[in-house]
Design a protein around this ligand. Structure first.
Ligand code: UT7
Length: 363
């Protein structure tokens, strides 16, 4: 039987940086960011992506009425792992006290959650697993070069998680599609982090996200539309049958353009990019947990997820929600307290970068 989502949760760090905050440390404005992206603020994490993911996972398990030891596979989708070795999935497994089961990281950029859904569904439909915990979690503000206004204003931190288990007839993941255009892999990169770096000469302050914004914009609209239409047609449905579409939240203009091309009424498209920015793999499950809280999804609803990101990856999944849209329980898991504001956390990263940029300009 296809897998249904039986538990959902998210965890966003408490510190927030508004566009006005960013305008204090770089040459930008609230007007520009809102007009070009729809983003007003983003959350800034004081902890690693694994810690964010643990809290989201505990909330998802409580909603499913499951214990950590019910989990028989753990997937951690992220482009901002806590460490490269071991996998952040294994760190999360240890922190949550999950027994010896499969645990893996999935690095597919912003499409990580949709890929994770497809992998989890495959593990469940094949009978290999009964209960898969899928976490998507990012601390992207750690990666950013705060001297580059064209990328720094776009991203934010947060995590979301779902528990997946076998459903009944005509429930769960009806179709999922994954694609990746490796020929365009260099259109969106963190080029200076990994084993191709010159270890002797590398300066960790040089790490940054690089992309061709207009090219990604064009490809994101096309890729999300193509994947969305493809899963609908394979599953034998039309866009009019979909009660809620949850697209990857990169830019309000990308979401609107993809929704328009798919022909879906904007009221049936979930948007929260204004409050979180682009949280990469985490954006869809953060939105999903909010949509559940606001009762935007009911038992039996058709839900369409569409994503696009580094790789260049794309994907979509069409899911018929299972019989329960209410959480079975609520977790009291919380992050450690944070005594800094979003701007203060960003300044800690930004000040050495800005000092170095000024020294370079002077020399
Ligand atoms: O999950 C996938 C990850 N990738 C993305 O989300 C990126 C997708 N692309 C986009 O969202 C958009 O292409 C951007 C938001 C990155 C840029 O929007 P745009 O409408 O394509 O603007 P642009 O790149 O054409 O830049 C227009 C102007 C430029 O100034 P000039 O050359 O016209 O004088 C930029 O220097 O806006 C300037 N600019 C800014 N101004 C104020 C760029 N960033 C900023 C900024 N504040 N933060």
């Amino acid at each position: 039987m296809p897998a249904i989502i039986t538990g959902w949760g998210n965890c966003v760090p408490p510190a927030v940086a508004t566009n006005h905050d960013l305008a204090q440390i770089m040459d930008t404005s609230d007007e520009w960011i809102v007009e070009r992206t729809g983003i007003s603020e983003r959350h800034v994490s004081h902890v690693g992506s694994g810690e964010l993911g643990v809290v989201a996972a505990q909330r998802a398990l409580a909603a499913a009425g499951r214990e950590p030891n019910d989990v028989d596979a753990l997937i951690f989708a992220s482009v901002s792992p806590e460490l490269l070795v071991p996998s952040t999935a294994s760190l999360v497994q240890k922190r949550m006290g999950i027994k010896d089961v499969a645990a893996m990281d999935l690095n597919v950029g912003c499409s990580g959650f949709v890929y994770g859904l497809a992998v989890a569904n495959g593990l469940i439909t094949s009978g290999v697993c009964q209960c898969v915990l899928l976490i998507a979690s990012e601390r992207l503000t750690w990666y950013l070069d705060w001297t580059l206004r064209d990328t720094a204003v776009l991203f934010g931190d947060g995590s979301g998680a779902v528990v997946m288990e076998a459903g009944g007839d005509d429930e769960g993941v009806l179709w999922a599609e994954m694609g990746n255009d490796g020929a365009a892999a260099d259109a969106l990169m963190v080029p200076n982090f990994g084993t191709s770096m010159d270890r002797i000469r590398h300066d960790m302050l040089d790490i940054t996200v690089q992309f061709d914004g207009r090219e990604i914009f064009r490809r994101a609209v096309k890729g999300m539309t193509q994947s969305g239409l493809s899963v609908l047609s394979h599953a034998g449905y039309s866009i009019d049958d979909v009660q809620l579409m949850i697209p990857h939240q990169a830019n309000r203009r990308i979401i609107d353009a993809a929704g328009h091309k798919l022909g879906i009424d904007p009221e049936r498209v979930y948007v929260n990019v204004d409050r979180f920015g682009n949280t990469s793999a985490a954006s869809i499950p953060i939105a999903l947990a909010e949509a559940m809280e606001h009762k935007r999804i009911n038992a039996g609803d058709l839900v369409l997820f569409t994503a696009f990101g580094a790789g260049l990856s794309r994907g979509a999944a069409l899911l018929r929600w299972g019989p329960r849209a209410e959480p079975l329980g609520v977790s009291d898991a919380e992050l450690p307290p944070c005594d800094a504001t979003g701007l203060e956390i960003i300044r800690r990263h930004a000040e050495p970068m800005q000092a170095r940029a000024a020294a370079r300009a002077a020399s």
